[in-house]
Design a protein around this ligand. Structure first.
Ligand SMILES: *Cc1c(COP(=O)(O)O)cnc(C)c1O
Length: 360
């Protein structure tokens, strides 16, 4: 696919919010990327247009049968003022994997990435400056065909919107309290839990609401079949450091293959720290704590990068991990990953991709 990306200019640019008021997902930049799909044309008409409200028919299939998918990644401002992305080709690949599972037509990954770079280049002044800040990138696709029969739609729209985001943490990483959920499940093998399908999040809200009510920050999900094996924490992958070794649940088909998860595994291998991908039961986690061997627990995902777990509650039993303090390994991984993302540390893995290389 080698299409011209057209540009439709706004009349006036928005005022940019102050960095300390950004939070997450509240503000959107001046422009977005849009592309259409029709079964007769394929993907067509890529354009950078003003960020604005959409017009859709009430019968648009997304409202009825839920073909809606997304991705999440970030652009970082480096010390020398350029913008860079972190392993964006992984997000493009995962977007297509999600499309495949949800019967949405495939996208040219190279083309989409270059279009995203062009959008970010257009919006480079929106990339916030300051510790822990970034420009959050949200690609998504919805079924737009006006039809009420149940089948894959023949028309779609792809959007990429950008949202300047503040630091996830204040001055330092903050260990959180986690509730091990036994009543509700997130995903089943053979289902859609391994892809970024919007409905997965709708399905998780009830349990999250329960955790909120009980005073927990996030849910730890168990496998749907046996209610036994650990899967994910909230919308992050999870890692356990037990007696000097790191374990993370292997990708059985109901776990989202996180880019951060993969990066943490590679980093640990690079540091010669033993890391294993295998099924781990919640019983084993509690038993390791009993033996005094559960050294650290942390979540890993694009939003927080690393989120240390300070407390786990399962079956009315609560364990405190590492005295509710940030573990050394969690801190080291966080420092290394954010250092690479911000261009402050060497990138031996070639993970970062400069945006300024794009010709516009
Ligand atoms: C997006 C997501 C993650 C984290 O993936 P990253 O690529 O590391 O951001 C983990 N679990 C779920 C359910 C997710 O949707």
């Amino acid at each position: 696919m080698n299409q011209e990306i057209s540009f439709i200019q706004r009349e006036a640019l928005k005022e940019k919010p102050a960095t300390d008021s950004l939070g997450f997902g509240k503000y959107f930049t001046d422009y977005m990327l849009v592309m259409d799909y029709h079964s007769e044309n394929g993907w067509y008409n890529p354009r950078i247009t003003p960020y604005e409200a959409l017009t859709l028919e009430p019968s648009a299939m997304v409202f009825h049968y839920g073909q809606a998918i997304f991705e999440g990644m970030k652009a970082y401002r480096t010390a020398d003022g350029t913008a860079q992305l972190f392993r964006p080709e992984k997000n493009m690949k995962r977007l297509n994997d999600t499309c495949d599972r949800m019967c949405i037509p495939q996208i040219d990954e190279d083309f989409l990435l270059s279009a995203i770079k062009q959008l970010i280049f257009t919006e480079k002044d929106w990339i916030p400056q300051g510790e822990g800040t970034s420009l959050y990138i949200r690609p998504f696709i919805i079924a737009t065909e006006a039809y009420l029969g149940v089948r894959p739609a023949k028309e779609y729209k792809l959007f990429v919107i950008l949202s300047p985001s503040g630091a996830y943490y204040g001055s330092q990483l903050n260990p959180v309290k986690i509730y091990v959920e036994e009543q509700y499940v997130r995903a089943v093998i053979g289902g859609v839990g391994h892809v970024k399908n919007a409905g997965n999040y709708a399905a998780s809200l009830k349990a999250q609401e329960k955790a909120d009510r009980l005073g927990y920050a996030q849910i730890l999900w168990l496998d749907a079949k046996e209610n036994k094996y650990v899967e994910e924490v909230g919308s992050m992958n999870i890692f356990f450091k037990i007696n000097g070794e790191v374990v993370t649940p292997k990708l059985t088909g109901s776990i989202l293959p996180g880019v951060t998860r993969d990066s943490v595994i590679q980093l640990l291998k690079h540091w010669n720290i033993p890391v294993r991908e295998e099924r781990i039961s919640i019983e084993e986690v509690f038993a390791a704590h009993e033996r005094g061997e559960l050294e650290e627990v942390f979540g890993a995902g694009t939003a927080a990068v690393i989120s240390p777990v300070g407390e786990l509650t399962w079956n009315d039993k609560t364990i405190v991990i590492n005295d509710n303090q940030i573990g050394h390994l969690s801190q080291d991984i966080y420092d290394e990953m954010t250092g690479i993302q911000l261009g402050k540390k060497e990138d031996p893995f070639n993970w970062t991709v400069k945006v300024a290389q794009v010709e516009v």
